[in-house]
Design a protein around this ligand. Structure first.
Ligand SMILES: O=C1N[C@](c2ccsc2)(c2cccc(Nc3ccc(F)cc3)n2)CC(O)=C1Sc1ccccc1Cl
Length: 333
């Protein structure tokens, strides 16, 4: 290509448009589903991939680069050294030892904490103004660990939390009502996974609260049906693991949705793992991360919803907060 006759280089003020850089730590099934979704949704100008396995990492980076003809131009860099993440706007941490069948969650947690001790400090040093989005499990405790090891303010350390639980919850309620899941408001909060708390009063469709909208749609939607849906959220996760051995697409899309809200400063509300001390009677002294609906923007957690919960829901939240706090205390961070 030859420049036109009257060519003048960009002036510095226009040449340095703020480029968006996203780093994904962990090139496993979850990390690569997230990277692929970020690419197809055009969320970054540059993507950095980090993993401990150099060949796997280089293979994934090359394979993504080979898709360049079908995608918006994105600079893809990779390396086993966290320095490749330098000056990231968002760092998504999916690195996690795979749970060995029969391994206790506490043992898995201890292996993942050891991994985080190696990864989080250099990442925080190379991108001191970044947002940290933690995805590895157990996500609520590991978000606390990332917060402690990064030294970042809690507003810039977010766990994917029950964002995935809630999207499965919304899908199931939507199927039950034959309505688009994007038009179903429904939240699961608290500890991600088996003990997440379905907030029935948060279900609303077409502006109608749960029970009314569901009754008027001529579907019996009693407690049993609601409990069945809550169980199906958990069962769905185990069903996918049983069938394909891991989950990737749903978590990939749910994390891309969080990434859009954060980096495009959307002020959208998502249930994500936040520093919950002081909410719903959780002691200010108990530094625990668990999921509550939060307003997300470029600054991270812009605010946390103060939901009206039933006594039973508050009891479940506090029980999770106590368990999480005990686990966090064991880590001696
Ligand atoms: O969809 C998943 N898949 C995982 C998975 C992915 C690869 S191997 C296992 C899953 C599925 C089922 C159980 C389970 N339990 C678990 C708990 C603590 C850990 F540290 C690790 C795993 N984890 C990881 C995970 O958190 C989810 S969401 C999920 C899990 C359980 C109940 C409800 C939901 Cl919405």
């Amino acid at each position: 290509f030859r420049p036109v006759a009257d060519d003048s280089p960009l002036t510095p003020s226009t040449a340095h448009r703020r480029l968006t850089k996203i780093s994904v730590i962990g090139a496993g099934n979850v990390g690569m589903a997230i990277a692929q979704t970020i690419l197809t949704q055009n969320l970054a100008d540059e993507i950095a991939l980090v993993d401990a396995l150099p060949d796997k990492l280089r293979g994934e980076a090359l394979d993504l680069q080979h898709a360049a003809a079908f995608l918006p131009r994105v600079r893809i860099v990779s390396g086993t050294d966290p320095a490749v993440t330098k000056n990231s706007d968002l760092v998504i941490v999916t690195a996690g030892a795979r749970q060995i069948p029969g391994e206790t969650r506490l043992n898995l947690l201890q292996r993942n904490v050891a991994l985080y001790r190696k990864i989080v400090p250099p990442v925080a040093e190379h991108s001191p103004d970044a947002l940290l989005l933690v995805v590895s499990n157990p996500v609520d405790v590991l978000t606390y660990v990332a917060w402690k090891l990064s030294g970042f303010p809690a507003s810039r350390v977010i766990g994917s939390g029950t964002n995935l639980d809630s999207s499965r919850f919304r899908f199931l309620v939507a199927e039950h009502l034959d309505v688009n899941a994007q038009d179903v408001q429904a939240y699961m909060v608290g500890e991600h996974g088996d003990s997440s708390v379905a907030i029935w009063s948060s279900i609303s469709v077409g502006g109608m609260p749960a029970f009314k909208s569901l009754r008027d749609s001529h579907h019996s939607f009693d407690e049993a049906a609601l409990e069945g849906i809550r169980r199906a959220v958990v069962g769905g996760a185990y069903e996918v693991i049983g069938l394909k051995g891991y989950t990737s697409w749903a978590i990939g899309y749910s994390v891309a949705s969080l990434t859009t809200s954060l980096l495009r400063d959307q002020r959208r509300v998502h249930p994500v793992s936040v520093l919950a001390s002081g909410f719903h009677g959780i002691s200010d002294g108990h530094e625990v991360f668990l999921s509550l609906p939060a307003r997300l923007g470029r600054g991270g957690i812009l605010g946390v919803a103060e939901m009206d919960l039933t006594e039973a829901e508050v009891v479940q939240l506090r029980r999770s907060a106590k368990t999480l706090w005990e686990n966090c205390q064991l880590l001696g961070l």
